[in-house]
Design a protein. Structure first.
Length: 404
């Protein structure tokens, strides 16, 4: 098929390369000229495992452009633009702008418009009113850092459609993944995405609260609790890693968006609200651990990306931590294998540890595992539970969810 993808962020690009691998012709559209220019030279604008290689290998199936006109004879167009939360509410302007542009270019064509961007219930219905073409809601559940793998091997495919044939066509497109398919209405499909992300955020905040209690106990380690409860199939072992909190381009914005969306409907999402509150308090706890070691001095923050295997720092808890530490008067240096920031002086790993009075692990990059020996002599706070406490110097080590 000839497939348009509007919005070349991580979702658009991962979707694009995976469908290009399946032999489809992809027309990638973005308003960012620099991004398009880079892609035309086979340069991925972001770091995402496998993306650069896939882009090069299937480049013959791609056209990158800022010109919507090239979408005029496509079979299907994905909308993968961002849907930020502004003042606590979802901003759908980019989605509707795309819809209006598509209405103009798809006039002579019955291409199906597929919404992959995360949008509040009711959006597909509005997009349909604008474009008039068939609209399918097909939310993604991919994680940054494993976006391509997740796109190829999703746990499920959700297809929300009003017109069955349009839904069938999109279902068929993803058949190669062999994933179970949930057929749904537009609103159900849109709600599924928010329910999934909110539930995962709740799960992490839950274990983080349990971690708080563990820290107050003698000989109690939250990782043991998480491992044991995770063996219960009803709970599952995933997303039970206690840490300095969840960040990234999805959980913070999506939890806020659904809370305010529900409130406008007269409903309170009390559990999701509590999860947000718990998350917002994570940094305070790390700072108080730090104060237990030193009141001033040099801090090395290991990791600035919001999670490993990405260079994305959007809503990164590590960055918030750096800002807080600076406002508390600490001198901060940082190291990350891929991500960069202006918030702290970025140095090499060894240099970062050497300068530091205290080292804080803020992102669980594999590179930071097994650093126990290198950290000897330093105060260390393990904010992501990747170090082995038995290999650390007792009086110089603190970790999230680890009791006295
Ligand atoms: C998330 C969802 O997983 C994905 O399905 C959705 O499509 C987009 O949002 P992503 O933002 O890439 O994906 O990151 P994810 O791996 O879910 O992690 C989110 C945050 O939670 C990170 O800051 C991570 O460090 C944190 N996290 C995750 C924990 O603190 N503990 C965990 O156990 C898991």
């Amino acid at each position: 098929m000839k497939i348009g993808i509007v919005g070349l962020g991580v979702v658009g690009l991962a979707t694009g390369v995976v469908l290009a691998e399946q032999g489809h012709k992809i027309i990638g559209v973005d308003i960012d000229q620099n991004k398009v220019k880079g892609l035309e030279c086979k340069r991925s604008p972001i770091y995402e495992p496998g993306l650069q290689e896939m882009l090069e290998r299937y480049f013959h199936n791609f056209t990158f452009t800022t010109d919507y006109g090239l979408l005029s004879n496509t079979d299907l167009v994905f909308i993968t633009v961002s849907t930020p939360t502004i003042d606590g509410k979802i901003y759908l302007g980019y989605v509707f702008d795309v819809a209006k542009r598509l209405r103009d270019v798809l006039k002579r064509n019955d291409a199906i418009v597929v919404i992959k961007s995360t949008v509040v219930p009711g959006t597909a219905r509005k997009v349909k009113e604008i474009v008039k073409n068939d609209v399918v809601s097909n939310p993604e559940f991919l994680r940054e850092g494993s976006a391509i793998l997740d796109t190829k091997n999703p746990d499920r495919i959700v297809i929300g459609s009003e017109n069955k044939e349009a839904g069938d066509l999109v279902e068929n497109l993803w058949k190669f993944t062999n994933a179970p398919v949930i057929r749904a209405t537009w609103e159900e499909a849109e709600m599924i995405k928010y329910a999934a992300n909110s539930f995962l955020a709740v799960k992490i905040s839950f274990i983080n609260e349990i971690a708080n209690v563990c820290e107050k106990l003698k000989d109690c380690d939250v990782t043991v609790i998480a491992k044991a409860i995770g063996m219960d199939k009803r709970i599952s072992p995933y997303f039970l890693n206690a840490g300095i909190g969840w960040g990234g381009s999805c959980f913070p914005k999506d939890t806020q968006a659904i809370v305010s969306f529900a409130r406008d409907l007269g409903e309170e999402l009390k559990i999701v609200e509590a999860a947000i509150k718990v998350n917002n308090e994570r940094i305070k706890r790390v700072v108080s651990m730090l104060k237990g070691f030193i009141k001033e001095g040099n801090v090395c923050v290991l990791g600035v990306a919001f999670k490993p295997n990405t260079d994305d720092t959007r809503e990164s808890v590590a960055l918030k931590l750096i800002k807080t530490l600076k406002s508390e008067g600490y001198k901060v240096v940082a190291y990350d294998p891929k991500a960069i920031t202006n918030e702290a002086k970025m140095v090499g790993l060894d240099e970062c540890i050497r300068i530091a009075d205290v080292v804080i692990i803020a992102t669980e990059w594999d590179e930071f595992k097994g650093l126990e020996e290198k950290l000897r002599g330093k105060f260390v706070i393990d904010g992501r539970r990747i170090l082995d406490p038995s290999k650390m110097e007792k009086e110089k080590f603190k970790a999230v969810g680890l009791g006295e």
